[in-house]
Design a binder for this molecule. Structure first.
Ligand SMILES: NC(=O)c1ccc[n+]([C@@H]2O[C@H](COP(=O)([O-])OP(=O)(O)OC[C@H]3O[C@@H](n4cnc5c(N)ncnc54)[C@H](O)[C@@H]3O)[C@@H](O)[C@H]2O)c1
Ligand SMILES: [Zn+2]
Ligand SMILES: [Zn+2]
Length: 437
């Protein structure tokens, strides 16, 4: 699939953008550690050239905190198109400003910053509304344009389908339009609370706001990874009366229970909608898809996906459509890539279900609000999902461990040689080899 996607994109040529994904290496040939993709389930920690200022709006960030996201697992499984051998991954990262381009005046060397997972231009029609993930001017993928009719913004470390920008699972990262895509972090907010402004906090907030969780709503959350658990917390903060969480990973179900969710283990309930109606006869008001499209659970879709008759599976979408009440709302924040067979379009139409593709989350719309109104006043402490801390050297092993969800792993903080020691109450450094399997 990768070869075909890359060939197709090469044939079409790239779409013109306001920035380039390539970077200039620093003079003298110094290198850094970075995690790169080489094939399905083949990622490696490599030595890569340290990036230098390439365009006048660039900022080079010395990374002090990075992590792995459920979205990285789609890359690991080779489910996202147009990956190329040697691509540096990682889209959630923070650090200190190391170098600034000649146009950059608002950021100073040494300043602590967090990066948004998207590379936005700051000027286009979408950026003006802070819809940064939908920026029109940073993703050069002709393939995405062909498939979707339009393009998302470019993303860090997320294949050439989203612009081919080298990512933040590295010691240094080049951030194009640095003043737009970096948020300064006050000294009294530790890295473990700031890092997740890059992605999982705005993402989980966005699905709750965009789908619309109102006071008293009963909400179902499919998938209890970091996104699902954070979405559940936001739903309660927005007044949900009950949140029902669906997953099969015992440690995640346990964690959800501790955070006030009612749980359904789908490995024990093959009919999830029936299990929902047993505890919520009226049906859900809101359903949120925080799962993952590369793990079909029914034979029908395992076969269709393996035979390439579909790229994505509709299982969760169908369960959501059937489980909500008439005129209920369903939000899809989980990433999907292409086509799924057998969507229950009848139930969707007849029940008047509002099925909302939440899109890739527009981080810029929410990150200041989340920092100032929730993290600083301690109304939302993101460290509740943080279970492990590992060094960047273990990043390749972390992909496998996170994919297999071993040792109760939920969210991880990945440190580099530039990181501060762990903050009080946060996980201490461990090595992936020491984790229980
Ligand atoms: N739209 C965005 O901006 C955005 C940003 C970040 C992540 N995401 C997506 O959000 C999703 C969740 O991310 P994460 O980091 O929590 O991932 P994760 O892989 O850690 O968690 C996904 C969970 O879904 C569960 N799951 C799988 N199939 C299921 C099913 N049929 N029913 C119920 N649960 C099921 C898994 O057991 C797992 O616990 C991913 O698809 C990711 O790509 C989207
Ligand atoms: Zn992500
Ligand atoms: Zn833009």
């Amino acid at each position: 699939m990768q070869a075909a996607a890359n060939a197709f994109q090469n044939k079409l040529g790239t779409v013109p953008t306001d920035t380039t994904p390539e970077y200039k290496p620093v003079e003298g040939g110094a290198t850094m550690k970075a995690l790169a993709w080489f094939g399905t389930k083949d990622v490696r920690v490599i030595d890569a050239p340290i990036p230098d200022i390439t365009e006048p709006n660039d900022v080079i960030v010395q990374v002090t905190g990075s992590t792995i996201c459920g979205s990285d697992l789609h890359l690991y499984h080779g489910e996202i198109m147009a990956l190329q051998k040697g691509d540096i991954l990682g889209h959630e990262f923070m650090g200190r400003v190391h170098k600034v381009g000649s146009n950059v005046t608002k950021l100073k060397e040494g300043q602590r910053v967090v990066a948004s997972f998207q590379v936005a231009c700051g000027k286009c029609e979408y950026c003006q509304q802070k819809l940064s993930s939908f920026c029109d001017r940073t993703n050069n993928s002709s393939l995405q344009n062909y498939m979707y009719g339009q393009r998302d913004a470019g993303f860090f470390g997320y294949s050439h389908f989203t612009g081919g920008f080298p990512g933040g699972q590295a010691e240094y990262t080049r951030v194009p339009f640095g003043e737009v895509n970096l948020l300064p972090i006050p000294d009294n907010v530790p890295d473990e609370k700031a890092l997740y402004l890059s992605d999982i906090l705005p993402t989980s907030y966005h699905t709750v706001v965009d789908t619309g969780v109102n006071k008293g709503d009963v909400v179902g959350v499919w998938g209890l990874g970091p996104i699902g658990l954070c979405a559940a917390k936001w739903a309660f903060l927005k007044g949900a009366s009950r949140v029902i969480g669906i997953d099969r990973v015992p440690t995640r179900l346990e964690m959800a229970k501790k955070n006030g969710l009612e749980i359904i283990d789908f490995s024990k309930h093959s009919d999830v909608t029936k299990a929902i109606y047993e505890i919520c006869p009226r049906g859900l008001d809101v359903a949120l898809d925080c799962g993952t499209f590369h793990e079909p659970k029914t034979l029908l879709h395992k076969v269709q996906k393996a035979a390439m008759l579909e790229t994505d599976v509709p299982e969760t979408i169908n369960e959501m459509i059937v489980s909500v009440r008439k005129m209920g709302r369903c939000g899809i924040i989980a990433a999907y890539a292409g086509f799924a067979n057998g969507v229950n379009v009848g139930a969707l139409m007849e029940k008047g279900v509002r099925l909302i593709g939440n899109g890739q989350a527009p981080v810029h719309r929410y990150w200041e609000e989340i920092l100032n109104d929730y993290i600083i006043p301690n109304k939302f402490d993101p460290t509740f999902v943080l279970t492990h801390r590992v060094p960047l050297d273990d990043m390749d092993k972390l992909y496998k461990a996170f994919d297999n969800r071993v040792d109760g792993v939920e969210k991880v903080f990945v440190q580099t040689k530039f990181s501060d020691p762990p903050s009080e109450g946060c996980p201490k450094l461990s090595r992936v080899d020491e984790w229980s399997t």
